[in-house]
Design a protein around this ligand. Structure first.
Ligand code: DMJ
Length: 650
């Protein structure tokens, strides 16, 4: 029966509407039709209409014959896109430029032309120059083709999202339609990230569905060995991003796959850490955002399978677990059978929520036991080394890093405090003591005035910072409010300085895996082996937090630079790919679309360009894979209220 039939006084047929109701409805409807189709007719080139409304075979082939034609296209595109390029212009102008982006984008050139640009002529454009001055004119050129593609994409997405929604024709969807239309028109920045997500997802779905990650050059799936027998890492990692962006059909496909095909009875060597941050984190946040019980069932089933990893003399879990047999062991490469700080120290947020959802304290007990041991063990200069024996409970090596092997342990200390509604004093104290030790021993200023966090090897400083360590700008920022009040500004300054340094490492708008500050280097990778970029999120993550904390427009400006660079250098025919050398003249792709690109990089970009009330930081804490988990309100810790009162997600 038609839903409308249930409304009192209104018959199932529109004929039963009163005249005034009919009039309002028709007015609304015709407004939408006019807007939708008017948008098409006001667009500059009608060939595009055919491309949108006709199938591929019916549409007129667009030929881009000579290089001159192509250049004409590029020029035209560049002109139409001036307002978008303006975003990366002089600082003072940025906020005006950002505002100017709120005007409706217009379609410029042909998608076919874009393809040609990407595939052929643009090879020259898709190069990266190491020096900033060398690269500037090239960047201009690259920007025009990318911008042209961007605006086509924006317009297409706008038209698809709005017209398709409309043509579905359901009255109750009109509200959603209006909202997406407003969002599209008012915020082309978020819609371009939305479009990137859709592109990444669609290609994953076409070529790698059910596999862990997409190989976008060879157009096939990658399974890898991090998740044991678990599959669909990109699906689980994407659930919340799709949902937040309003990609509801895509979210529904993902949900259905999780329900019918995510097999948790797998055998194989899984990383406890990776399964926790991606699968447990992804399912938890999908549950909290949508309220779908199926996600809760799945995550509790998975959580139980992780528990045997903690069966060690100290309760410090080993890094690898067979989810089928429950046997666990340490990574072969970790010295003397040790466990890794960033791995066993990055379970707290998810495990506390597993206890919340299951009403079983065991998960919280496991992570509190880790916390206790770390709190009481002696620490060299107050620092936490990266390797610890799960047998003796002693440090195995004195290598300290805020980047790889250490990073998210520090992140989870402050986030545990925030997620506990600021009641977890132990986490807070451990965080600020650790930060004090980091500042005293690791934080350095380069000759060029850049602040960075060096690594520490038994007392000797290694003047290098990893891309992974760039999350720390955001971390120091979100913790600024809760330390000593007189240090608030100091922490905000430190956060801003680190984020600035990380932005500096993005010489070519994308940054290397590690960069150095010795031998004359100022945030540049000096080793060939450090020059790759695998679509990592950390720098953008810090932009997002710093934007939320300061509203300094430079963070959005920097985020937009990253969007452009991702489009120019990482977008390939069937998805996004990492690149092998951020300084190389000719781009070489690594053929991998990492699942964290969908989960983190694109989500942080989307949040960076969205209003602060989309997942407000007072109510949500992001796990290290950017899966939002709700703050657990104080009242529930004292047993007040049911499950539904416990979090802020409802
Ligand atoms: C992600 O899986 C997580 O952010 C993790 O904490 C570190 N590495 C990747 C992204 O770079």
């Amino acid at each position: 029966m038609n839903k409308i039939g249930y409304l009192p006084g209104v018959s199932a047929s529109g004929m039963g509407l009163r005249l005034s109701q009919k009039f309002v409805f028709l007015l609304f409807l015709s407004g939408l039709v006019t807007l939708c189709f008017g948008a098409l007719f006001f667009l500059p080139d009608s060939v595009r209409l055919k491309r949108i409304f006709l199938s591929k075979t019916e549409s007129q082939p667009v030929t881009v014959g000579s290089d001159n034609d192509l250049r004409d296209h590029l020029k035209k595109g560049a002109k139409d896109m001036e307002h978008l390029r303006g975003i990366t212009s002089a600082k003072g102008e940025t906020s005006t430029k950002l505002k100017s982006l709120s005007r409706k984008p217009s379609i410029t050139n042909e998608a076919k032309a874009d393809e040609k640009v990407v595939g052929g002529e643009a090879l020259e454009d898709l190069t990266m120059s190491r020096s900033k001055t060398e690269s500037s004119s090239k960047d201009e050129k690259v920007t025009s083709s990318s911008n042209q593609r961007q605006i086509n994409n924006l317009s297409l997405t706008l038209l698809q999202a709005t017209c398709f929604q409309f043509l579905k024709g359901c009255c109750c969807e009109l509200g959603g339609f209006a909202i997406s239309l407003v969002t599209c028109i008012l915020n082309p920045l978020t819609i371009s990230v939305f479009q990137m997500m859709k592109f990444a997802w669609d290609n994953y779905k076409s070529f790698a569905w059910g596999k862990n990650e997409l190989r976008p050059l060879t157009k096939n799936g990658h399974i890898g060995n991090m998740f044991g027998g678990l599959r669909g890492a990109s699906i689980v990692d994407s659930l919340d991003t799709l949902y937040i962006m309003g990609l509801i059909d895509e979210y529904n496909d993902a949900k259905e796959w999780v329900e019918t095909s995510l097999d948790l009875n797998s055998n194989g060597e899984a990383s406890l850490f990776e399964v926790n941050i991606r699968y447990v984190g992804g399912l938890l946040s999908a549950y909290y955002l949508t309220g779908e019980e199926m996600f809760k069932r799945k995550v509790l089933e998975l959580g139980e399978k992780l528990l045997p990893a903690f069966n060690t003399p100290t309760g410090i879990p080993r890094g690898v677990i067979n989810l089928g047999s429950g046997t666990s062991w340490s990574w072969g490469w970790a010295s003397a059978g040790s466990s890794i700080l960033a791995e066993f120290g990055t379970l707290h947020l998810e495990f506390v929520h597993l206890s919340e959802l299951s009403n079983n304290p065991i998960y919280t007990e496991k992570v509190m036991n880790i916390r206790r041991l770390l709190n009481k063990i002696e620490k060299p200069h107050g620092l936490y080394p990266n390797f610890l024996s799960p047998v003796s409970g002693n440090w195995v090596q004195h290598h300290v890093s805020i980047g790889g092997l250490g990073d998210s342990f520090y992140e989870y200390l402050i986030k545990s405090y925030l997620m506990s509604d600021k009641t977890d004093e132990e986490a807070k104290n451990m965080y600020y003591s650790a930060l004090e030790a980091i500042e005293a021993n690791l934080v350095q200023k380069s000759p060029g005035g850049l602040t960075y966090m060096a690594e520490w090897r038994g007392g000797i400083l290694d003047h290098k910072m990893g891309h992974l360590a760039c999350f720390s700008g955001g971390m120091v920022g979100i913790g600024a409010d809760d330390g000593a009040p007189e240090k608030r500004q100091h922490f905000l300054d430190l956060a801003a300085e680190i984020t600035h340094t990380c932005h500096e490492s993005y010489t070519t708008k994308l940054g290397p895996e590690a960069f150095r500050f010795d031998g004359g280097a100022e945030a540049t990778a000096t080793r060939l082996s450090d020059r790759y970029y695998i679509l990592r999120p950390e720098v953008i993550e810090s932009y997002m937090y710093m934007w939320r904390l300061t509203h300094d427009p430079k963070y959005r400006e920097w985020g937009w630079e990253a969007v452009e660079a991702l489009e120019q250098h990482c977008r390939v025919e069937a998805g996004f790919s990492g690149i092998r050398d951020v300084y190389a003249q000719t781009v070489s792709h690594d053929n991998m679309q990492q699942s964290f690109f969908l989960s983190e990089t694109l989500k942080y970009l989307y949040l960076l360009f969205s209003d602060d009330d989309l997942l407000p930081l007072e109510d949500w804490v992001f796990n290290t894979e950017a899966h939002p988990l709700p703050v657990i309100r104080k009242s529930c810790l004292h047993g007040e209220g049911g499950t539904h009162d416990k979090t802020t997600s409802e």
